[in-house]
Design a protein around this ligand. Structure first.
Ligand code: HEC
Ligand code: HEC
Ligand code: HEC
Ligand code: HEC
Ligand code: HEC
Length: 452
């Protein structure tokens, strides 16, 4: 037997002599094989990075630790003099050789077949909306629930908006997924989850796969109604200049870059139009981004409403009573209270609505009791869709930027603070964005003409 064989080949037998070393070796091999499978596949999913960068290394090092442990135990068992005996010859007739070869063959076959199938299915699963929405239920639960009722985009997968294209984006997403897992396990994540939780994808990578940036929507009727205390419908109607609004920011050759004071981009510090004006204000900001769809339509897939919007929408649709006196006021009083948990809200909200009427309008209470009982359940559903005390998420925590009534929205830029050197500001003229037909008016003539 040559020196080389004795030195480099034979010690391999140590590895499989004891069952503990065999388990260890198996773990090491599985971790390596899975790593190889995942490297291709986890490109597509940030969350897979959690598996690849956290679980596999743990397996790998655990296995690496078991191997010498097994060898030590075997030593103790086999040789009181602490010297293991190696086989004299490497030939098929030797039982230890057989055992090693069979072990390696079985383990490798197992890894390739099971590992391959498993990692393929894991990739599929981890990319699914179901995984993103439910894997860490409490944390992503609100977005998932909002997404499911979200209408137009409930078919777009979470990863299609949250994991961009290009190597940099994927590495960032993986790193981020791993970091989130650590924060989750140590219970140190922020409540509510900040938006955007990480670099936002550009709309060129997401929205514009389906929507054409240059499509001209022209003018659109925008309307909303609410009911006053006496149960009268009040109408607001605008002609929204959607074509003009889109064109001003995203039209051909248009490029607007802004700098914000925060990653939530609630406060703008500077706005620059390429080959055009530069608007600056007080304050500094580190977050810079080229303006796109997401700076106005920031809640395309999981929008949360304010209590006012939710109640008005449901009343207009007839899902909440329109003619019960003072209903809007009562509903907002009940929804606006702080409840310690969703369970507490489930017990208290329906009763609170009745209590409100008992105290403030006992006659209406007697007349509309069944309607109010049903409405209590409906209000609870609205609450549960929007408020999560355990995540410190409440009405209005995640504002929508596509307007200016509930939050600054358009006025983050179109205001008096941001101006050019010569003092020009971005337009605040009502008519450049919309023609106002009427605001909270009874019997709005323009709408009657439309037959509505
Ligand atoms: C159509 C694109 C799109 C899809 C699909 C999407 N998101 Fe989002 N998500 C966004 C945008 C844009 C933001 C940033 C919101 C903002 O700035 O107000 C965001 C923010 C978030 C946040 C940060 C907290 C918050 O609500 O602002 C979480 C958590 C989140 N998304 C989870 C999910 C989950 C889970 C899914 C799948 C069930 C999903 N998202 C699907 C676009 C999307
Ligand atoms: C998978 C294709 C797809 C993607 C990706 C997509 N959309 Fe849409 N979107 C649609 C379709 C289809 C409709 C029309 C649905 C309807 O008429 O009910 C729509 C409707 C809309 C509407 C009008 C209705 C509403 O819900 O307000 C807006 C605004 C919108 N999308 C913005 C966006 C933004 C912003 C993004 C990127 C974050 C985006 N979309 C990504 C397919 C997509
Ligand atoms: C400067 C803000 C702004 C930007 C940027 C913007 N939008 Fe809009 N968009 C609006 C407003 C305002 C409306 C009309 C108000 C509403 O529907 O609530 C609208 C309406 C829409 C609608 C509905 C049109 C209809 O049928 O009534 C779609 C779809 C849409 N936008 C898609 C997009 C897409 C895709 C992008 C990016 C390529 C984009 N928007 C960029 C402000 C913006
Ligand atoms: C990030 C900053 C920013 C936000 C947010 C923003 N805008 Fe603008 N807007 C601009 C800039 C910059 C211009 C171009 C000013 C110029 O040409 O110097 C502009 C121009 C416009 C114009 C064209 C004005 C004209 O005289 O033709 C309209 C209309 C408009 N914006 C509507 C909106 C609406 C509606 C929203 C909210 C849904 C909004 N903008 C949000 C930066 C912004
Ligand atoms: C920079 C563009 C812009 C300017 C300037 C602007 N608005 Fe608006 N306004 C919007 C958009 C966009 C919405 C739609 C909000 C939504 O979809 O929720 C809106 C909504 C409204 C509404 C409906 C409120 C509601 O119930 O949501 C009223 C009323 C209104 N605007 C009045 C005005 C008046 C009055 C002015 C002038 C002082 C003005 N706006 C200036 C863009 C603008």
């Amino acid at each position: 037997m040559g020196r080389f064989t004795r030195r480099w080949i034979l010690p391999v037998f140590y590895l499989t002599d004891h069952w503990i070393s065999r388990v260890g070796l198996w773990l090491v091999m599985s971790a390596v094989v899975l790593w190889i499978f995942l490297t291709g596949a986890s490109e597509a999913s940030g969350y897979l990075g959690i598996l690849q960068f956290v679980a596999l290394p743990v397996l790998f090092f655990a296995g690496l630790g078991l191997v010498p442990l097994g060898i030590a135990l075997q030593r103790r068992r086999e040789a009181p003099d602490h010297h293991l005996h190696l086989p004299e010859r490497v030939e098929w007739g030797n039982r230890r050789v057989q055992r090693l070869v069979v072990f390696l063959a079985v383990a490798t076959g197992f890894n390739v077949v099971v590992g391959g199938a498993l990692s393929y299915r894991t990739v599929r699963y981890m990319e699914s909306t179901n995984f993103c929405g439910t894997a860490c239920h409490q944390v992503m639960g609100p977005e998932y629930a909002a997404y499911l009722v979200g209408g137009a985009h409930a078919q777009v997968r979470c990863v299609d908006c949250h994991v961009g294209e290009g190597a940099g984006a994927k590495i960032a997403a993986k790193w981020n997924g791993t970091r989130q897992l650590v924060l989750l396990l140590t219970n140190r994540y922020s409540r509510p989850v900040p938006s955007p939780p990480h670099a936002l994808k550009t709309s060129a990578e997401t929205c514009e796969n389906c929507h054409n940036r240059e499509h001209d929507y022209g003018n659109r009727l925008w309307r909303q109604s609410r009911f006053d205390d006496a149960g009268e419908r009040l109408e607001t109607a605008l002609v929204m200049k959607v074509g003009r609004i889109h064109g001003a920011h995203l039209g051909k050759g248009r490029r607007i870059v802004y700098r914000a004071a925060d990653r939530q981009r609630k406060t703008m510090v500077a706005v620059r139009v390429e080959h055009g004006d530069e608007y600056g204000g007080a304050g500094t900001g580190a977050f810079e981004r080229e303006m796109d769809c997401l700076d106005c339509h920031n809640r395309p897939a999981h929008a949360f409403e304010t209590a006012e919007r939710a109640v008005d929408r449901e009343m207009a649709a007839g899902a909440l009573p329109q003619r019960v006196p003072r209903f809007r006021r009562a509903a907002l009083a009940v929804l606006g209270k702080a409840y310690p948990s969703r369970e507490a809200a489930a017990e208290q909200i329906p009763a609170a609505l009745l209590a409100y009427y008992k105290q403030n309008a006992p006659d209406a209470m007697v007349l509309h009791r069944t309607e109010l009982e049903r409405a209590g359940q409906r209000l609870l559903a609205l609450y549960q869709q929007n408020v999560y005390p355990e995540m410190k998420l409440t009405w209005g925590s995640y504002p929508q930027h596509n307007g200016h009534t509930d939050s600054p929205g358009c006025f983050r830029c179109h205001n008096e603070e941001l101006k050019t050197k010569s003092g020009k500001t971005m337009t605040q003229d009502c008519e450049s964005c919309h023609k106002v037909w009427g605001v909270e008016e009874k019997n709005l003539a323009a709408l009657r003409e439309l037959g509505g």
